[in-house]
Design a binder for this molecule. Structure first.
Ligand code: HEC
Length: 216
């Protein structure tokens, strides 16, 4: 047995008396070489990912945007746009609503104003009187002394020139017809004409006298 070449010995276990002397013993005690646990992606999967990325880029580049799509929400921007008023049918602007939003804070929903601060619109000569004066007053505002129903006011009436002609016409028509007021309606065309006629007016009118001068 001792003459046998060592490398032909059958695997020796610790029970073998020769085991500890064997030069293989150290190797046998060692653990197996570690296997690589994290393998690189298989080539076909890498190719597949690349193909997906390329397809995505191609899809984004070639898909038309802003147009009706064949799937999903098929409404176009054109369809969602609010209906534009066609000539002849004037858009219905609610004068009372404009009044509530823009005027009532000062002149009150009752149209009676606030004594000494905001003049009344109910029964007021400026409201019921000359429509050119009334339109100009609203377009440019007033700052100075103004007599309304016998009382003198000296405050600031803001300009509403930023409102559309239709809105100004609607709110003026409204204040001329509520709270017992009975005066003719005001057309958007009249507001437009007055806007043009007073386009050189810079800033508010200086008071009642300046307003009266508009309608000699
Ligand atoms: C910030 C407060 C305020 C707001 C908002 C306001 N006004 Fe006036 N308004 C006044 C004041 C103050 C006067 C008096 C101006 C003066 O003393 O020079 C006045 C005067 C007037 C007059 C002439 C005087 C009269 O009482 O007849 C009219 C008409 C009028 N406003 C209409 C309107 C309308 C219509 C709106 C809404 C679109 C409006 N006002 C919004 C404060 C306001």
């Amino acid at each position: 047995m001792a003459t046998e070449p060592r490398d032909q010995k059958p695997a020796a276990g610790p029970e073998d008396p020769d085991f500890h002397a064997s030069e293989f013993a150290a190797m046998r005690r060692e653990n197996a070489d570690p296997d690589e646990k994290v393998r690189p992606l298989p080539w076909f999967f890498t190719m597949f990912l690349g193909a997906m990325g390329m397809w995505g880029a191609f899809y984004i580049a070639t898909t038309p945007s802003g147009e009706a799509s064949a799937y999903g929400d098929q409404r176009t921007v054109e369809l969602l746009r609010p209906a534009v008023a066609t000539a002849g049918a004037a858009p219905a602007v609610d004068g009372k609503q404009v009044y509530g939003a823009k005027c009532a804070a000062c002149h009150q929903a009752s149209g009676l104003g606030v004594a000494g601060v905001f003049p009344p619109l109910a029964g007021a000569e400026w409201v019921l009187g000359n429509e050119k004066v009334l339109i100009s007053l609203l377009l440019h505002g007033v700052q100075g002394e103004i007599v309304v129903k016998g009382n003198t006011y000296n405050g600031v009436m803001p300009a509403f020139g930023t409102l559309a002609d239709e809105e100004i016409a609607a709110v003026l028509t409204y204040i001329r017809s509520d709270w017992g007021n009975q005066a003719s309606p005001i057309e958007a065309a009249a507001v437009k004409a007055q806007r043009e006629a007073t386009k050189d007016q810079a800033g508010p009118y200086a008071g009642g006298a300046a307003l009266k001068a508009l309608a000699p």
